[in-house]
Design a protein around this ligand. Structure first.
Ligand code: 2E7
Ligand code: F3S
Length: 314
């Protein structure tokens, strides 16, 4: 069997930063540090940090007063920021800077007097955070059908922003429907979909013409990973989302000569290797990597974590 690895795949700059924030917080403050929500949507990442002393909670009322609290890469609502202040928590914000950028953009549209539409998936933590970062009503649109259901004057001043991990193709359809229906609407086109999401989707689209099956390493609650699997399916390939090699099923590979393998932005490269090992258990495997876009994006850590651990005496 041939295995072709997608390029790029796996960790994005926002995930690298978020994990580094938890690691450095543990070094600086010692265990435990509290993380609100999975720092990124990956069980292996979470388990690894839990073993080092991080405690994961869903809400801040589970964090003892005065403790270190880290917000996940997906961002939080203003109410969460306020609750953290009231409880005098020592906050480290691991929200991806590209999510914060969407929050700022949304607030600017509202300040300019426009009603804001958010294109995204209901219930996702990024969507809950973004809605909660913008004053007033934010209308959530999940599909082209939702656009037709919006109860707004056709000439109302509107703006839209999007979740960062959406399908570029689906989002294009929704934006086209918005622009067609409403006469005074502005927005960033598909540019709120982050570079990592766009690059991983483009790579899978290229790869899908060269393979018989697509495997995506990622978690079932990972939006960007699910979108990669969908691209495979839409290209007509049997496409599977797997957390690691233990979820690989031999029957997927009957008559298959070439497997495409990618990983969502929150999936560690070790899990990609773990999947390759699982494929090797089925027979000889030859691994190559497709030619793809190189990523050089890096995000700065919060300044609190850049200070030296111990102040030196002079
Ligand atoms: C934060 C944001 O943790 P993920 O699987 O998250 P998604 O949003 O795809 O479910 O991936 C990394 C990440 C992506 N987007 C983290 Cl806002
Ligand atoms: Fe940020 Fe995009 Fe990663 S929003 S956390 S760079 S998938």
């Amino acid at each position: 069997m041939r295995v072709i690895l997608a390029q790029p795949r796996g960790f994005c700059a926002g995930v690298v930063r978020a994990i580094e924030i938890v690691d450095r917080a543990l070094q600086k403050h010692g265990a435990p540090v509290y993380v609100r929500h999975e720092i990124v949507h990956n069980r292996h990442v979470v388990e690894n940090l839990r073993n080092k002393g991080a405690r994961f909670v869903e809400e801040l009322d589970e964090v003892p007063e005065g403790a270190v609290a880290i917000f996940s890469a997906h961002g939080v609502a203003k109410t969460v920021e306020r609750a953290a202040e009231e409880r005098e928590l020592d906050v480290l914000d691991a929200t991806c800077p590209l999510v914060t950028k969407v929050h700022v953009q949304g607030r600017q549209y509202v300040a300019a007097g426009r009603t804001l539409i958010l294109i995204g998936h209901a219930g996702h933590p990024e969507v809950e955070g973004t809605i909660g970062q913008i004053p007033g009503t934010v209308l959530l649109v999940q599909s082209e059908a939702d656009v037709q259901k919006l109860d707004l004057p056709l000439d109302a001043p509107l703006a839209y922003v999007t979740q960062t991990t959406l399908s570029v193709d689906d989002t294009r359809g929704i934006i086209d429907a918005l622009v067609k229906r409403f006469s005074d609407i502005v927005g960033p086109d598909t540019r709120d979909i982050c570079y990592a999401t766009q690059n991983r989707q483009a790579a899978v689209r290229d790869l899908s013409s060269q393979v018989d099956v697509l495997l995506v390493v990622g978690a079932t609650n990972s939006s960007n990973s699910n979108r990669l699997r969908e691209i495979g399916s839409e290209s007509g390939l049997p496409s599977y989302l797997v957390a690691d090699g233990s979820e690989v099923k031999p029957e997927w590979f009957a008559g298959v000569t070439t497997v495409g393998l990618t990983a969502g932005a929150s999936a560690p490269e070790e899990m990609v290797e773990n999947v390759i090992d699982a494929l090797r258990a089925l027979g000889p495997v030859e691994v190559s990597t497709m030619a793809g876009r190189e990523e050089k994006v890096e995000f700065k850590l919060p300044s609190k974590l850049l200070q030296p651990l111990v102040a030196r005496e002079v």
